[in-house]
Design a protein around this ligand. Structure first.
Ligand code: NAI
Ligand code: 13P
Length: 401
């Protein structure tokens, strides 16, 4: 299980004495400013203001956009101290400074917090090559993975490889809007081998309402955070089909089992205990009940099912392959459309992740061993109706308990 957290030295309590002993103050930048990115900046900014080993100011990189009012998002954040688009109504802390210039945002920072949707990390890392301090430490709050020709690559590994710096992870049952309102929750820091660095991250994120536990299993922690989004999509289908709580609980159990098998398939070092941390079972539960992946999947099951019925009808009436392909294309776009309609700029990770997981399994000839993951992808891509989410378990062999 996880270890205990570290002690804090407050600015007021130490009167700066701690700074002189250490002789160095860490400077933190947050790369990303969506809903979780903004909450991460708020958590971190609370601590940099109060702990003597950090500079007060926290820069937050903003992917710039123009609001309906005509004002730039960055200007609105700096004027109101709120992320008016992605986290309205929540003060971030006066020491959070939004910056649309990525190079500028990371300049001088020795602690880099990466928290963007995973599909954007490639471009961000490429533009940061040679721009970050060589002694910087990174942490990824990103739930997703990169799939390269050579195989799957964790986002933390990708950041490390691209920028030549160490990268830890922070994952957990962390619905951003609830933490923004300072409702108690916990998280897991996954680290490779440097316990001291892990404790710095724990110190930077811990608040009275946010409890952080370090675990020496970066792959297990990150993959749990990534894969639970696939299970949440399955849970959303169950909700959309009004199948009830027992079915959802069954799907969660199947999902957790496939998560464990997939983690161990990729990294035999992944520890069983990790699944009992916040990043494991707790994140699966919260996302299957309150997450965006669940919410959009529910809507997909309600209206995606209708689209599929239409497809079957057209197939009967008119066998012209082009019409079928056109309809399939519409079905493929459906998650995108729902995301745009329902989330106003926020991004889903689960649909892309399950496609990536499917690719990995197909490439290795292991799809049959992961019926839930495979079925979720086949439903998302319009090859199966949402109701297939439960049929699979009757006809396919699943892991022994
Ligand atoms: N929101 C939540 O409750 C939680 C989210 N996460 C994870 O945190 C990561 C970031 O998600 P959120 O902060 O929720 O973001 P979000 O989904 O709320 O917002 C989307 C963000 O993407 C940015 N964006 C759009 N186009 C872009 C581009 N081309 N390049 C770079 N950025 C672009 C937008 O400006 C916005 O900041 C994801 O991996 C997510 O799974 C993890 C825990 C909780
Ligand atoms: O990761 C999350 C909670 O820990 C948020 O999940 P969603 O992206 O589905 O909202």
């Amino acid at each position: 299980m996880g270890d205990t957290a570290t002690t804090h030295h407050t600015k007021s309590a130490n009167n700066g004495a701690n700074d002189n002993q250490i002789g160095f103050k860490s400077r933190v930048s947050v790369i990303g400013s969506g809903s979780w990115g903004s909450v991460a900046a708020k958590l971190v900014a609370f601590n940099t203001l109060n702990l003597s080993s950090f500079h007060d100011e926290v820069k937050m990189w903003v992917f710039e956009e123009t609001l309906q009012s005509g004002e730039k998002l960055t200007d609105a954040i700096n004027r109101t101290n709120e992320n008016v688009k992605y986290l309205p109504g929540i003060k971030l802390g006066k020491n959070v400074i939004a910056d649309p210039d990525l190079d500028n945002a990371v300049e001088d920072a020795n602690m880099l917090v990466f928290v963007t949707p995973h599909q954007f990390i490639d471009n961000i890392c490429k533009s940061l090559v040679g721009k970050v301090r060589s002694d910087a430490e990174a942490i990824s709050l990103i739930k997703g993975m990169e799939v390269k020709i050579e195989g799957p690559c964790l986002i933390s590994t990708y950041i490390s490889e691209q920028l030549g710096i160490n990268c830890s992870v922070l994952m957990g049952a962390n619905l951003a809007n609830e933490i923004a309102e300072e409702k108690f929750s916990e998280a897991t820091v996954g680290y490779r081998n440097n316990r001291e660095i892990a404790e710095q991250w724990v110190q930077l994120f811990t608040t009275p309402y946010f409890m952080v536990t370090p675990v020496q299993d970066v792959e297990g922690v990150e993959l749990c955070g990534t894969l639970k989004n696939v299970v949440a999509i399955a849970a959303g289908f169950v909700d959309g089909l009004d199948m009830g709580n027992n079915t959802k609980a069954a799907i969660i159990r199947f999902g957790l089992r496939e998560m464990r098998e997939f983690c161990k398939l990729l990294f035999s070092s992944v520890k069983d205990d990790t699944f009992f941390e916040s990043c494991g079972v707790a994140d699966v539960i919260t996302t299957c009940f309150g997450g965006r992946n669940r919410k959009v999947a529910e809507a997909f099951a309600r209206n995606g099912g209708k689209r599929l019925a239409l497809k079957h009808l057209v197939h009967k009436l008119n066998p012209d392959i082009r019409q079928i392909v056109t309809l399939l294309f519409l079905i493929h776009r459906s998650f995108d459309e729902l995301e745009a309609e329902m989330l106003q700029g926020q991004k889903l990770q689960g649909v892309t992740t399950v496609r990536e997981v499917y690719e990995v399994l197909r490439h290795r000839g292991l799809l049959e061993l992961f019926p839930l993951f495979a079925t979720v992808h086949e439903i998302c891509s319009g090859c199966l109706p949402p109701s297939a989410i439960v049929i699979y378990s009757e006809k396919k062999n699943i892991f022994p308990v």
